[in-house]
Design a protein around this ligand. Sequence first.
Ligand code: HT7
Ligand code: ZN
Length: 844
Amino acid sequence: PKTIYLEDYTPFGYVVESVHLTFHLAPTATRVVSRIAFAPNPDATDGTFLLHGEDLTLIRARIDGEEITPDLTEDGLRCAVPDTPFIWEAEVEISPQTNTALEGLYMSNGMYCTQCEAEGFRKITYYPDRPDVMSIFTVRIEGEEKVKLSNGNPVGSGAGWAEWHDPWPKPAYLFALVAGDLVNHPDRFTTMSGKDVDLNIWVRPGDEDKCAFGMEALKKSMTWDEEVYGREYDLNIFNIVAVDDFNMGAMENKGLNVFNSSCVLASPETSTDSNFERIEAIIAHEYFHNWTGNRITCRDWFQLCLKEGLTVFRDSQFTADMRSEPVKRISDVIDLRARQFPEDQGPLSHPVRPESFQEINNFYTATIYEKGAEVIGMLKTLVGDDAYSRALDLYFDRHDGQACTIEDWLAVFEDATGRDLAQFKLWYSQSGTPRVAVSEDWTDGVYTLTFKQHTPPTPGQDVKDPKVIPIAVGLLNPNGDEVVPTRVLEMTQAEQSFAFDGLASKPVPSILRGFSAPIVVDREVSREERAFLLAHDTDAFNRWEANRNLARDCLVAMIRDGAGPDNAWLDGLERVIRDDSLDPAFRALMLSLPTQSEMAQVLFDLFTVPDPDAIWQASEDLRGHMAVAWQGFLPDLRATVAVDAPYAPDADQAGKRSLGSALLALQTRLDGGAAAQAQYGAADNMTLQLSALSQLISAGKGDAAVKAFEDQWHHDRLVMDKWFGLQVGMAKPDVAVDVAQRLVQHPAFDMGNPNRFRAVMGGFAMNHAGFHRKDGEGYAFLADWLIALDDRNPQTTARMCSVFQTWKRYDTNRQGLIRAQLERIKAKPKLSRDTDEMVSRILG
Ligand code: HT7
Ligand code: ZN
């Protein structure tokens, strides 16, 4: 496969002045007629006329009305063209019905829909399918479907046709078309300058009652972007469509966002609190792309973090404003450590702005998205809130309508603040997670913190330069009062010291408050000091962090040294979870233990080969011990967070249910499932029903409830995804493979639906000890299914391969078993480019 390099970028030889597309829809023979006005690009040096195209049957092509015969190759077509403006016309035939890869134009439940990012438009017609080619699109759709949608504003419709015009120049990856017998949930929004916008959420008949929450989230997002970023919506209409078969979460096509139905449809009976929160965040994310991604887009796919990092950062700010800021921050860090850290510390490590790729679909990663957002958070911390706002205003003013680079982005910050960001730019070019060792000194009333940074080598990057690291620090005195409030120390050298004077006694430091940089802090800290921070730190993140470290240390001692649980820590934790002045959501986070996969990494970092069975056993023992130690107050505490009011998916109620569910998990270890059974019977919402079901399964008492749940929900695909995922995720390690094997025999298992495939395979891989079964049956099971899916859906197959990325953590026997499966996948005849690249990189 061919590797593409950032340094090889050259502009396309032609500008596209306008695009007219006509679609004659038919399931296996859709005709796409294009009429495109090209003109030579004065900024280009290479005049090659290459139009991308894949899986297209060319019917005819003309230049300025003259029939031509272009050279067709695997990646598209080439032909000679005039050196003056000209009109390109082509007609191609495509087959949406048989398009199982879900890229380009495809069918889902009888409905036509598109997914063009990153390079799907080339499966629709011949076109320069690259983000720096922006144009104005007019689209005519002909077909019998009741609803026919595309980007921009509607400009006409009649029997069997509809026409749309998008006045904003856009790259082809933002093109969208949807046609089907859909129904809408309508609303309206008046923008800050008084323009009325029609809003619609389009769904399959029967799903109308699951749109109200998404619509409210959309209106809140529109208001927030006006108030916080001064960004107004720019068309007369904004459409969202729910699609069942979708490779990712959602897509920000201009004026026509397409959503995986799991990321927009919600009702209290069918969705959990976490589903509601995620839906609100994804609707916001896609909406925010209208400015950060659509109005200002990427010059090339190496710049993907320009739109994704910034938009994730913006959606996190939004969620923090809508819900709880510390809870959002802690949740984001949990997620970053679970998904991005393993990526950055393993064979798939790549810079936030990569320098090469084979298949761009493989680079929609936690590094580009979540680390990309962390980098923007650091920039904001370094320049301050006001300068951040000024820089963003300048970015929107200067680059509206352009396809930009990270250099453009950093230049607005340099111009708005006068700062030199050359060193900061290393965050974009250097991969890997920096480790910062901390030491302290207390001499003559001066307290000094010394930091040493080191980033371990990553694939293709052996040597790393020191980065700028904003380290937020506060100091507490021994009685628990804060003597130095949060101060951001700007580390720029490999080793650097910061002194604090005027202190009466040696303080206790609270380091990396709010997780001010995506790094690992290496510091020997006594249990007593951690317990002190757990009790006194005024920074909610570091209070949680102290607890997390105590939990990790406790589990390490249990696994490695056969120690018993740390009762002193549990006493401190008890005080926190019983403190009703604290937000229940925060208390629930404090109660959740490190995942087994996290513990595998912790042990690996301590030069101990992780044994998944031992980790599972220690986690079980610790939970059992907590239940017994706290049995005296568990039921009463749970009662204090019971919600009497009618269900609402807000942060307040969700926090109570989250704490209630964590407490139910402990109670179930004592009562054998009685409380869970009662909760299951009384539940009037999916959050309570699902948490009760999961406890019943873990107590080995789930059979009847699993059956009842299936009888109740067999008609609802999204709820059944939960049913599949829960059974395999909660299965005891020794039977997880058997459970997964049984589930794939179930008539409702459908490998063509990415949500269902991910529910079973993702749920299985998350079952750490089950997946890592000693005899390798877990690895073989997953590899069988990846091999089976690859021909149909390379994108979803390749993404799922990343569950093998941490393979070098484990013992040589397990490593051998995983290597054998990776090699088996690699040897599959006609392996897709997507999966081939992923497996090759993981093998190293
Ligand atoms: N910008 C989108 C990324 C994307 C995608 C979405 C759905 C299906 C396939 C896709 N490939 C890339 C989604 C986002 O980040 O908002
Ligand atoms: Zn995005």
